[in-house]
Design a protein around this ligand. Sequence first.
Ligand code: SF4
Length: 431
Amino acid sequence: MCGFAATVIEWHKSNGRHDLPWQRHPSPYRVWVSEIMLQQTRVTTVIPYFLRFMERFPDVAALAAADIDQVLHLWTGLGYYARARNLHKAAQCIVERHQGRIPDNPEELQQLSGIGRSTAGAILALAHGRPAPILDGNVKRVLARCFAIAGFPGHGKTAAALWAKAESLVPGREVAAYTQGMMDLGATVCTRSLPACGQCPLSPRCLARIQGEVDRYPGKKPGRVLPVRQTVMHILQDESGRVLLEKRPPTGIWGSLYSLPEALPEFCVADESPIRLPLIRHSFTHFHLDISPLRYDVRPRHDAVADSDRWLWYSIADPAEVGLAAPASKLLASQSRQAGTIMTRMVQCRKYGKELPGLPAPPYPGEKGQQIFQTVSQQAWREWLAQQTMLINEKQLSLASAADREYLTGQMEKFLDNQDFDRAAGYVPPE
Ligand code: SF4
């Protein structure tokens, strides 16, 4: 074993991480799922996702048998959804072609969707204790600095030099401790900014530190200005507060996830002109997407039939188990927050009495939603929503403005308490 590997293993014994959930019973399946989740994502973020995933899909067979919507649902918030789709696809391949056993050689592992050379190396080293190199982001950084390997690691020549170095250092024994030690060193000591060289066991041999050029390694990605694209997302809300979502095609951005429709579907009728919400930007690796959200109250057209596999009426209060595209998730959360802010205190429906039917479902999550659900009749609520929409349009109000929300809250309370309120011009009082 070379001195480099011995130093890392010795450091890992007393300074490395030993109690991460995937380190308990480190089966190939657990190591594989954790490695995929850890790509581009911090350990602290991954832990709750990993635990939920293992509870729901404890082995390859359970994952292979699952519906992709369930897998994407458990992935919601973790990002880079291609990882989840590939995991699911690879699990099905393992069941069909490998009798449910995860391969234990690098060639077969790398033929599975989403498993590259480094992930294959991690499965072999951490689950089987086989000598195999890994080269994730943390390890690249440690090696680039320690051996002064210049250049952007995404470029072929630099990548080849890093792989050659990684391969030459793998010890013949205690390979799991070495591999975990390298990952931990990169994550906790040799960090991207402000590395703790004073606490680093590799400090005496680290060329970047000796040369005083730690910041130079690894080389930065050559800068380029990303193009900006534009789209519109429609927030279509029905009478009971559900929002219409559309399932994306399996390939392309947000593949198989549910998102807000970018075009108005034929089976919905909007009675009013939409409310324009503030623009949001979502950034991909290759471009920025500027999204203009438009919010409408809609009702279904009686003669139109929606394709049930493609469309979903999504209840914010009682969400379906599906994966959501990040901007849809963000806009739905903001809708829920805005609604919660408007409803700042419990309202009594004295105007209509409780003998009329109540709301079909809590309009908002949480205690406040329950209070409204139990005390407001459907008729009163609908009339207030109609009144509110008219007020917003007539007075050019914005739900993004705190002052406008406060005004609407006051008006809502007066309306539901049968007091004088600012009647919109188009408002017709109930019989
Ligand atoms: S000495 Fe500093 S730069 Fe070199 S590997 Fe250790 S932490 Fe990283």
